[in-house]
Ligand binder design. Sequence first.
Ligand code: SDX
Length: 431
Amino acid sequence: MADEQKTAKLTFGDTEVDLPLLSPTAGPDVIDIRKLYAQAGVFTYDPGFTSTASCDSTITFIDGNEGQLLHRGYPIDQLAEKSHFLEVCYLLLYGDLPNAAQLEDFEHRVTNHTMLHEQMQNFFRGFRRDAHPMAVMVGVVGAMSAFYHDSTDISDPWQREVASIRLIAKMPTIAAWAYKYHVGQPFVYPRNDLDYASNFLRMCFSVPAEDYVVNPILSRAMDRIFTLHADHEQNASTSTVRLASSSGANPFACIAAGIACLWGPAHGGANQACLEMLREIGTPDQIPKYIERAKDKNDPFRLMGFGHRVYKNHDPRAQVMKQSADEVLDLLGIEDNPTLQTAKELERIALEDDYFREKKLFPNVDFYSGIILDAMGFPQSMFTPIFAVARTVGWISQWKEQISDPQLKIGRPRQLYMGETLRDYTDVENR
Ligand code: SDX
């Protein structure tokens, strides 16, 4: 006999409705409220979506209480240690780890799409030199829909595939050129004989005046940072991409929307804000003052890089990032980096403080990433663009999953209206 449909009973006033209870392969059951308004004439209310599943997905699973992050079932710490970014991209896009031939073909396809249409350079030159690189990325990625017309028809699976590869391949070039434009150096073209992370480092840091040899320690650390930021379930920027794509907007416009959302300091902008905070704190003896400010309800100051909507135990990415920070700074011979020492002391003090323990606030993925990127030579303004480069595969994977869902409907939430009820217009002389 088929499993009996589990239901949740909702009773209020004279109304009683049975709502289907759906069981996931992992995580909490969900109450299917799609017919609630039709059956009971009420909405649910969840402004920050803290208790709302916006979709079903098979890509990434997070257990916030256990501090677990799985990509297609594989734990992030194993992927960070044993895999590499383009292999993780394949896993997220197609659902399983590639065999050798599949991986070679995928890497070849991405590598051979890293160049930008030459005319797109004009977009960079339209910005002020001191424009934030995220502003440039929003603009240039959105403009891709004006150049790559042969991959904007979302009803064509082949065009969806081409757009996916183009975005993953070109994001490092766009981010690197945003940086080069910012510092007034010539654009550096990608090279097909370099791996993804090495190509990005070379496009950022090489200059025509001398040869540039990629440091394998830095390219491995860069690749691992990309992997740690690749996807993260239905976070704010991914939800933005899904909502934009639900209207049928082309993939370049949807990813530009995701970049714009990621920019905020409560989300992807936290890595830049965190390093700025650590620099403002300066030395460990100043930490208690900032801890008290973070606890003060009347002070808008937050500990950047701390806390998470989902993780209430620890962010598994932060632990890998902390280990990588130690390795990279040590291998670079940056002994006793004061910012890293301040970060470690801040983490130690905060995790012993009752306020942070009660509110279950732990370092998140952004707490240590900025220290590594700073040591690698990136300015703080490039931290979030790097996050965007990595997250593009997550946005695209989630976009592809949603677009191919036959039940796709345009996202259109309702509201709890608290404004004026019906009233008549009054002429100005009568007001
Ligand atoms: C990312 O969602 C994702 O998956 C995002 C991300 C991804 O990979 O896509 O993981 C990437 O965005 C990581 C988060 C980066 N942001 C920051 O580091 C900014 C600092 N963090 C906070 O802004 C906050 O913790 C959030 C935004 C990350 C989470 O906010 P929540 O879950 O809505 O938590 P909350 O604001 O409701 O906080 C709960 C309590 C509050 O106190 P009370 O109202 O209960 O009294 O904890 C306090 C907050 O005041 N609190 C903090 C704090 N974060 C939360 N207090 C001090 N410092 C902090 N950092």
